[in-house]
Design a protein around this ligand. Structure first.
Ligand SMILES: Cc1ncc(COP(=O)(O)O)c(C=O)c1O
Length: 412
């Protein structure tokens, strides 16, 4: 397949990436999403909109984030040189703010008064509450009762930032029910508000819009890497939950001679309910208004999912990833909880960078490649920092020191 002018050709006018994507909505929601689509198609090419977003990125978010060569970590394993795109240094500590500021700016141009979203781990909720505070908008975040308890510090942050956190007590009281609840609220209030999806998932135009807002990551990284080394990296990798940080770094490399890897969470293993590797084990289906590959039972209901990383445990994946897998351009691999935790400690001990446990999956993949005697360079999207994870990980694995073999760098 030819990847010249890829972003102009995909998605098509119906929000399709090959057979994936689209918008499966009832009449009320269709009206609301069509309004967003029409507004975004106009603003996407607007000089004023793009200039304002560029200013926000520079002066509020602190972009560009650096690219960093992990010399000590690379030296542990041999010849593969590991580089990080430091999205952990983006304001609020993860890549999520890149699309939240774009969605907030869109709301401002559309004259909306309120941002509505769901959140699981609370990362998207905190980023959206930040955007709402910046633009002077109201913010309503729907969150399952169980996640509210598990992610208490993020709930506190959202409230301090001025958001209303709506506790969802239906069903399993986690992410899927939070999405259902946020959709219901949006239908009631779509004239005044805008739904802000947290990844490259959901009905068209969200996979496109979130991809566009995240592409800044790859555009910066490509230029920075060239400037640092005089060449492009041999490979690029990123963790995949819904897939937004991955799309952000992948897109500018699609037409280059660079290997690309998406890393899915294998959790505790291959059995149903023990992982959230949707592309690896899933089938074609429809969930939350879009068609993609998903983990589902024989009646097409979503299967339970698990990963140590709350930001990765979604039973589906952005439709563009399904398309890129089918095209053969992007390779998808899995990393287990244990491998991710080892990488979490390795990066902390050897480079002084505590990664988000989601991002540690991508670091773990790079380490596996190095151990398999891969040579050359790999650029890892370090999508976020690990402050939110330290207490949980320390409560299970201790502080890591005693687990690290100082000669091999591996956990014993
Ligand atoms: C730091 C971090 N990385 C990755 C993800 C996964 O999301 P996505 O696949 O959309 O990048 C999350 C989700 O919460 C996250 O917080």
């Amino acid at each position: 397949m030819d990847f010249k002018n890829y972003v102009k050709r995909y998605p098509d006018g119906n929000g399709r990436y090959g057979r994936y994507g689209g918008a499966y909505l009832d009449d009320n929601l269709k009206k609301a999403f069509t309004e967003i689509d029409e507004a975004y198609q106009k603003l996407r090419g607007s000089y004023e909109f793009i200039s304002e977003l560029r200013k926000i990125r520079r002066h509020f978010q602190g972009r560009p984030t650096p690219v960093y060569h992990c010399k000590r970590l690379s030296d542990l394993y041999g010849d593969l040189q590991i580089y990080l795109k430091r999205e952990d240094l983006n304001h609020t500590g993860a890549h999520k703010l890149n699309h939240c500021m774009g969605e907030g700016l869109l709301a401002k141009y559309m004259g909306k008064k309120k941002l509505i979203a769901e959140t699981g781990a609370g990362q998207h909720g905190v980023a959206l509450a930040t955007a709402a505070a910046y633009f002077g908008l109201k913010c309503e975040i729907h969150m399952g009762e169980i996640d509210i308890e598990k992610q208490a510090p993020n709930v506190t942050k959202m409230k301090i930032l001025g958001a209303d956190v709506i506790s969802v007590s239906k069903g399993a009281k986690t992410l899927k029910e939070a999405v259902d609840s946020a959709f219901e609220s949006y239908v009631r209030d779509y004239k005044e508000s805008i739904y802000c999806i947290g990844s490259v998932v959901g009905p068209h135009p969200f996979p496109l819009m979130v991809r566009d807002f995240q592409t800044v990551v790859g555009v910066e990284a490509r230029e920075q890497f060239l400037e640092m080394t005089g060449k492009l990296p041999d490979s690029v990798c990123a963790c995949v939950g819904g897939g937004s940080n991955a799309m952000g770094i992948f897109v500018p490399f699609l037409d280059d001679d660079v290997e690309i890897f998406g890393v899915e969470p294998l959790g505790r293993g291959e059995s149903v309910g023990e992982n959230a590797a949707s592309l690896t084990f899933g089938k074609l289906g429809v969930l939350h208004g879009f068609e993609s590959i998903m983990l589902q039972d024989e009646n097409k209901n979503p299967l339970p999912v698990y990963s140590i990383a709350s930001g990765l445990d979604y039973p589906s994946v952005g439709p563009e990833h399904a398309f890129l897998k089918e095209s053969g351009r992007v390779n998808y691999r899995t990393v287990s909880d244990d491998e991710a935790v080892r990488a979490f400690f390795n990066l902390s001990h050897y480079e002084g960078i505590i990664p988000a446990i989601e991002s540690a999956h991508a670091v773990a993949f790079a380490i596996k490649e190095a151990k398999n005697n891969k040579k050359g360079t790999i650029l890892v999207n370090l999508s976020g920092r690990g402050d939110k994870d330290v207490d949980y990980i320390a409560s299970i694995y201790g502080y890591g020191e005693s687990m690290l073999d100082k000669t091999t760098g591996d956990m014993r």
